[in-house]
Design a protein around this ligand. Structure first.
Ligand code: V0V
Length: 175
């Protein structure tokens, strides 16, 4: 009979994947020579949340979670009003609130279909074209042939959610 108790098999796996002493910083774990060095995901950049009204959402996050906006802009091409919220000391991943700027935008469509909520997971990369090429080579569909403009002058592309386990994955090369 299979042993499904929480301890069965798991502790060994966790230990096997834990960073080893002297293994270097996290950023070095996909160093040159790793089979994933061509994709080059460096860290989680932000988590994007679709909201119907940006100003109302900003008030909600400030009043309830104490999170404050560190950057705000309208991206006409994407049809969004967006705001970045810092968490803690601001050195880690951000929360990106995304509100539709027009009825035919991706965010409007997402809210119509699924309601407000988590819309995307974004990773920082050093070279968005190289990351996109590496993912295409693995058979994943990228939404754009070449990068588009994202937050604060970044360059972005997306993996189609149907090719990423139901998650819209964004690649962000900061400006
Ligand atoms: C759609 N689907 C999703 C999804 N959006 N699944 C998970 N997460 C999402 N966000 C599912 C949907 O439920 C359908 O599943 C299926 O995908 C439909 O696929 P489709 O017909 O090809 O596409 P659409 O028309 O629903 O559009 C989905 C995509 C669209 C991902 C292609 O949202 C898009 O182009 N997104 C990229 C741009 C974007 O998101 N811009 C706003 C953020 P079933 O029903 O078939 O099972 S702008 C931004 O992030 C910026 C500026 C930044 O970070 O700097």
């Amino acid at each position: 009979m299979t042993d499904n108790t929480p301890s069965a098999g798991h502790a060994e796996n966790v230990t096997a994947h834990a960073p080893q002493p002297g293994a270097g910083p996290v950023g070095a774990r996909h160093a040159e020579g790793s089979p994933f060095s061509d994709v080059g995901l460096l860290r989680i950049d932000h988590v994007g949340i679709a909201v119907p009204d940006l100003d109302e959402a900003l008030r909600f996050y400030a009043d309830n979670f104490g999170l404050h906006c560190v950057h705000q802009e309208t991206n006409e091409e994407q049809g969004v009003r967006e705001a970045m919220l810092a968490v803690g000391d601001g050195s880690g991943p951000r929360i990106q609130l995304l509100a539709p700027a027009r009825p035919d935008s991706a965010i409007a469509k997402f809210i119509d279909r699924s309601g407000p909520g988590l819309q995307q997971l974004a990773y920082t990369v050093a070279d968005v074209e190289a990351a996109a090429d590496a993912l295409r080579a693995r058979g994943l569909r990228l939404l754009y042939d070449s990068p588009k403009r994202g937050t604060a002058g970044s360059r972005i592309n997306f993996v189609h959610p149907k090719d990423a386990g139901g998650v819209l994955v964004e690649l962000v090369e900061p400006a």
